[in-house]
Design a protein around this ligand. Structure first.
Ligand code: ATP
Ligand code: MG
Length: 457
């Protein structure tokens, strides 16, 4: 206020002159992959955007193609440059840089960033028009590509099918074919879930207005093989949200958990499978000793972890998360900490259960093309049996897959249902055998029919 305006601008110019390197009329912006602990959206956008800008002068490219993606992915390699022009006059150069640092005990950390260089005088234009343009372009490109990703994390190894390297999560494309159309479940429930999801994504302003974090929590429960993991994949495919599969057993401290959570992106689904037994060592989970899960000290520990985890996530997301969905799955709702079931904790409890007639019809249509107007002679019998037997959609699907010939497949299903019925008559009291249950116990990763390099045998 004390200095007249022309003077101010003079001083500014003088300072500028003194401090700007004499020869450089250029300015370089550094776009780091991470900003603090969260991902830098400008970086992510640049990565996507630059794929469309690779020109004749680029000498090294990274190429990749994921199994079900149509396109071959191309990205610039370390130290490569890409040029761009904006608004006719502004010439820009992007350079991708990746530096590896050796840390303590053999850990390596990598810093990845872009350098964006242009004439100094365009500074304002670049910041206020060009970068927003890059962000918007990237969004449009991503929407076009529509490959949903599955992120899994592991401490020491990283695996990327793709150009996007992420320091906390390894990613593969989520290639699970499950959609709401292929889900065998009660049509009413399906509709309800779809509407809930729709409402959720529509309600940005609402969440803002009431001052709540824009997130939604689902608890999926039911016996193994009833479609919990499939439903998650269906949700992801429907919303085009990425999936983060959080294995609590691989997390050893709060600060690490925080880091891991902060490195997830918006518009994503955070999945914690089998929360009733997530404290059990992963390696042992497939053993048959399912019966004595709850030794006191252990269940205490898991309780603290889960409730604490929820509070933690709530806090975190209310400050830096948008369009987040969190999904817990369990086979045993009764074993959960009541604190988790309290109203307001999980927005929706979804019970996935044994196959019903409606479910069977969907499966028969998907697997054998059987519709209402070309019913098979065995359908009547099967529907009768299904209503009176506890058979999971997974078991039904397995039978239907055994042959292309509807006669053979459906006869197989009849046999299965009959033997199940006889079995359950024999031992009225017994639960479905543990062995059978365990067969499906691999969570969403198994659904992908892939083996991640770090997954235990
Ligand atoms: N409701 C369903 N609709 C269609 N297919 C299903 C359904 N439930 C199960 N399946 C089939 O069975 C397979 C296993 O199901 P899924 O892994 O989704 O079960 P889950 O409930 O997650 O089991 P778990 O509790 O063992 O994790 C799926 O790949 C799918 O082919
Ligand atoms: Mg599952």
């Amino acid at each position: 206020e004390f200095i007249p305006a022309p003077f101010r601008s003079y001083i500014y110019k003088a300072l500028n002159y003194l401090f700007a390197p004499l020869f450089s009329r250029d300015l370089t912006l550094v776009v780091d992959e991470l900003s603090g602990m969260t991902r830098n959206q400008v970086y992510d956008a640049a990565e996507v955007y630059l794929r469309t800008k690779i020109g004749p002068h680029t000498e090294r490219l990274r190429v990749s193609k994921a199994p079900r993606k149509k396109n071959i992915g191309v990205a610039i390699d370390k130290d490569e440059e890409v040029s761009d022009t904006f608004d006719g006059a502004v010439k820009l150069k992007w350079r991708f840089i990746s530096e590896t640092k050796k840390g303590k005990n053999d850990s390596t950390s990598e810093r990845r960033y872009f350098e964006l260089t242009f004439r100094r005088k365009y500074m304002d234009k670049v910041i206020s028009s060009y970068l927003p343009y890059v962000l918007a372009q990237a969004d449009a490109i991503k929407a076009e590509e529509k490959a949903v990703k599955l992120y899994t994390r592991h401490l020491w190894m990283r695996y990327n099918d793709d150009d996007v390297a992420n320091s906390e999560w390894g990613s593969v494309n989520l290639e699970h074919p499950s959609t709401f159309d292929t889900m065998a479940m009660d049509p009413e429930m399906k509709k309800m879930i779809l509407e809930d999801l729709e409402r959720f994504v529509r309600r940005k302003e609402f969440y803002k207005k009431v001052g709540k974090a824009w997130k939604r929590g689902y608890l999926l429960y039911g016996p193994p093989g009833t479609g919990k993991s499939s439903l998650i994949a269906a949700m992801a495919n429907y919303l085009k949200f990425d999936v983060y599969d959080l294995e609590l057993t691989s997390i050893y401290s709060d600060s690490q958990l925080k880091k891991v959570l902060l490195s997830t992106t918006n518009r994503s689904i955070l999945v914690i499978e089998d929360i009733d037994c997530c404290r059990v060592d992963v390696g042992n989970r497939d053993s048959d000793s399912d019966s004595d899960l709850d030794s006191d000290s252990d269940s205490d520990r898991s309780r603290v972890t889960l409730s604490g985890l929820l509070n933690f996530i709530d806090g975190l997301w209310s400050s830096c998360g948008d369009e987040r969905i969190i999904v817990f799955t369990t086979n045993h709702k009764d074993r959960l900490d009541p604190a988790l079931l309290r109203p307001g904790r999980m927005d929706l409890h979804i019970h996935l259960s044994y196959c019903t007639t409606a479910g069977y019809r969907i499966l028969a249509s998907n697997y054998l093309g059987i519709q209402e107007n070309n019913r098979h002679r065995l359908c009547g019998e099967i529907e009768g049996l299904i209503e009176s037997t506890e058979v999971t959609p997974a078991e039904v699907a397995e039978e239907l897959m055994k042959s292309d010939d509807a006669d053979v497949a459906l006869q197989g299903l009849v046999n299965l249902l009959k033997s199940k019925k006889a079995e359950s008559k024999k031992k009225e009291t017994s639960l479905p055998s543990v062995k059978k249950q365990q067969r499906h116990k691999k969570g969403i990763k198994k659904l992908l029919h892939i083996r991640l390099p770090w997954s235990k045998s």
